[in-house]
Design a protein around this ligand. Structure first.
Ligand SMILES: NC(=O)c1ccc[n+]([C@@H]2O[C@H](COP(=O)([O-])OP(=O)(O)OC[C@H]3O[C@@H](n4cnc5c(N)ncnc54)[C@H](OP(=O)(O)O)[C@@H]3O)[C@@H](O)[C@H]2O)c1
Length: 327
């Protein structure tokens, strides 16, 4: 009987989850039995468990919005998928489980050669990085982008995608040991996210005109990102890791015409056509296959150790993502 993580009320993430056994069933018409391989613990999953995310699933629910699995069996009329194929797990399924039944039309096949770990994490962070680099300003070769929390999953994908687009990145981090690591990963400029950052950015970029800023931290760090932008620049906020509100000096808006915008991947998925999704995934899978994404993983926990996994994922200064599964 496959096990699944379940929560029945919102609360402290590691305390509110429990493990249940789910019935072993065979797929009906239009359905697929999936065996899960890997699913990440993302910050939004933890916010959802706390009841602090705008999406509040009907309870009881199984957490996890993305992951990768393999097809174990298909309903008699399913011809598009075959046992053994790797697939991206859909929104709403709850990916923190060992396996389950999914509608065939909700599964997205993963091309051969894409590492499972990258496939498991592709739908949220690299997709967010891809969209933000394309949808706010034209991604011209030679253009600069600045971001904070540059060692995060999104941040590393921004570095990889910007490189592919011929763009340059300024990367703010809060730990000095990340400077060499991100430089080796292709970052152009890596700077400590402190009060000296803005002066250093000018020197290290030769005063380059930066028109795009990506903020997932908030507070003083967001102020530094916005202050580094040239007149007419856009700052896209997509996270609030410090849990501090944005602090934007009024002059940036009035005299430099800086625009403060928001980005939510869920909103993009809700509005995107199949064609737009397929086009983005084709590019992201190609990058994953070529080894362009190397998302560090700190540890993979079996689903039985979900509480330890969540406690670990909530820690700062991690060396990489925490995943659930059996690769
Ligand atoms: N809007 C969207 O659609 C969307 C999509 C994807 C992600 N996100 C958001 O993007 C953010 C990053 O997600 P991720 O999965 O890439 O993260 P991740 O890989 O888990 O990394 C977390 C990052 O946050 C930093 N951090 C943690 N606590 C912090 C604090 N108190 N102050 C400043 N920095 C802090 C970490 O720095 P250290 O390593 O130094 O601890 C690390 O760089 C999250 O807020 C997530 O919700 C939003």
């Amino acid at each position: 009987m496959p096990k699944a993580v379940v929560y029945r009320q919102y609360g402290v993430p590691a305390e509110t989850v429990e493990l249940v056994e789910t019935p072993a069933v065979q797929p009906g018409p239009g359905q697929v039995l999936v065996q899960n391989i890997l699913a990440p613990i993302n910050p939004a999953d933890l916010n959802t468990l706390e009841g602090k995310y705008p999406v509040r699933p009907e309870l009881p629910a199984t957490p996890g919005v993305e992951g990768v699995g393999t097809v174990a069996a298909v309903g008699f009329d399913v011809t598009s998928l075959k046992p053994g194929m790797a697939v991206l797990l859909p929104h709403g399924y709850g990916t923190w489980r060992e396996g389950g039944i999914v509608d065939a039309n909700k599964l997205f096949p993963v091309p051969e050669g894409v590492p499972y770990a990258e496939a498991a994490m592709i739908k949220i962070n690299p997709a967010t990085a891809w969209r933000m680099l394309h949808d706010f300003v034209e991604p011209k070769p030679g253009a600069w982008v600045i971001q904070n929390a540059a060692n995060s999953g999104v941040g590393r994908a921004v570095i990889a995608i910007a490189k592919r687009l011929g763009m340059h990145t300024v990367n703010l981090v809060r730990r000095p040991e990340l400077i060499d690591e991100l430089t080796a990963a292709g970052a152009d400029v890596v700077i400590l996210d402190d009060e000296n950052a803005n002066a250093e950015i000018k020197v290290r970029t030769g005063g380059a005109k930066i028109l795009l800023g990506l903020n997932s931290v908030g507070g003083e760090s967001a102020t530094r990102v916005a202050s580094a932008l040239a007149a007419g620049g856009k700052m896209a906020t997509f996270g609030a890791m410090s849990r501090q509100p944005l602090k934007l000096p009024t002059g940036l808006l009035i005299f430099k015409d800086i625009q403060a915008l928001g980005f939510w991947m869920t909103r993009w998925y809700q509005k995107a056509t199949d064609e737009e999704r397929n086009a983005m995934f084709a590019e992201l899978f190609e990058m994953a296959k070529s080894g362009a994404f190397k998302t560090p993983i700190e540890r993979i926990y079996p689903v039985d150790e979900i509480r330890e996994a969540i406690t670990h994922a909530l820690k700062g200064s991690r060396g990489g993502k925490i995943l659930i599964g059996n690769p």
